[in-house]
Design a protein around this ligand. Structure first.
Ligand code: SAM
Ligand code: SF4
Length: 325
């Protein structure tokens, strides 16, 4: 049942739902001065999230990723995971987190139906990790990740932003990291947002630095699934895990777009780097799934062919914490 199709024939089976704008980290490229409250915290509550995911599930969305801000700052995250897992049609419940308190909660989240876990770890060098995130917690986060593997979470991945400072040392450390662990580490090319132009100019590194390194060492690209994100992953016979690249500046990146976003305040965003959005909030407080589903599908005619990052245009996205990365 593919009700969500845009004017370019792209089908949407994957929703990224931000559950908060708040974050407890200070990543250099995202919230270098930490999160600052600018508006009251009127984030979607559990009942609103329930109606939202029911409507997306009924419209053919089978995978929902919870993101933010930092989703784990919400005390009701366990309940949210359970509610999303109950939505008819939704078979994959994913979480993107900085790993804060992961080891404490992962068993509960897994029992609640979490199937896909992405942990953001920008460096395996503890000093560099602290410099990037503002927290000396690398060891605790890695414990949480290994806890997820031990519990059998079906998909465990790592996101690492590709930074000029990290260099090939980062590739070597992560290649070692996945030698025995069945984990995919995906480097994300740094994206320029409204707030990080100067940082971007200093730290952006093209993805070819990674792909050239991988190909020279016998890593080969593997095929993607239909509800996968935009990463190209590489495998190697001597490594249990994979290394990959998300290259938003590559030509054709948006051609295979399969995901929609909803902000923590209930706005449908058709593109991470678009402008405005379609407010769904007035329909989330009452039971009218038909109206909700038709507003969502109607909005898709306005989805642009692609972002214009290469022209230096980031829409109204000041940083990714505000929209849900
Ligand atoms: N706080 C959670 C986390 O860090 O995993 C979820 C939200 S965060 C915005 C989602 C992902 O976006 C993280 O992997 C983060 O590293 C990445 N990210 C944030 N800003 C970025 C930027 N300007 N360019 C590339 N990736 C970015
Ligand atoms: Fe927080 Fe995630 Fe942004 Fe880092 S990338 S500051 S953890 S929202």
């Amino acid at each position: 049942m593919d009700r969500l199709v845009d004017g370019f024939g792209r089908r949407f089976r994957y929703l990224r739902l931000s559950v908060t704008e708040v974050c407890n980290f200070r990543c250099t490229y995202c919230l270098p001065d930490g999160y600052r409250k600018t508006e009251p915290h009127a984030f979607l509550d559990l009942a609103e999230i329930g109606r939202l995911v029911d409507a997306f599930g009924a419209s053919g969305v089978g995978k929902v990723r919870l993101t933010g801000g930092e989703p784990t700052v919400r005390r009701d995250l366990g309940k949210i995971i359970r509610r999303v897992a109950e939505a008819p049609g939704v078979s994959k419940v994913a979480l993107t987190t900085n790993g804060w308190n992961l080891s404490r909660h992962i068993a509960d989240w897994r029992a609640g139906g979490l199937t896909n876990l992405n942990v953001s770890i920008d460096s395996l060098d503890p000093d560099a990790f602290r410099r990037i995130t503002g927290h000396d917690r690398l060891a605790a986060i890695l414990d949480g990740l290994d806890g997820a593997l031990a519990l059998g979470v079906p998909s465990v991945k790592v996101n690492a932003v590709l930074l000029r400072d990290s260099g090939t040392d980062a590739f070597e450390r992560f290649a070692d990291f996945v030698r025995e662990r069945p984990v995919a580490v995906r480097f994300i090319e740094l994206m320029r947002t409204g707030d990080n132009a100067e940082f971007f100019a200093r730290q952006h590194l093209g993805g070819q630095a990674l792909t050239g390194w991988l190909e020279a060492r016998g890593w080969t690209p593997v095929a993607r699934g239909t509800d996968d994100g935009p990463a190209t992953e590489y495998a190697h016979p001597d490594h249990a895990g994979r290394l990959g690249l998300i290259a938003p500046y590559a030509p054709g990146f948006c051609d295979g777009c399969n995901r929609l976003r909803v902000t923590a305040r209930g706005k449908l965003r058709l593109c991470l780097f678009g402008e405005g959005g379609v407010d769904l909030r007035d329909l989330l407080g009452r039971d009218d799934p038909q109206a909700l589903a038709s507003r969502i599908s109607g909005a898709l005619v306005g989805k642009a062919a692609g972002h214009r990052l290469a022209e230096g245009f980031s829409g109204d996205t000041r940083q990714l914490a505000q929209v849900g990365g």
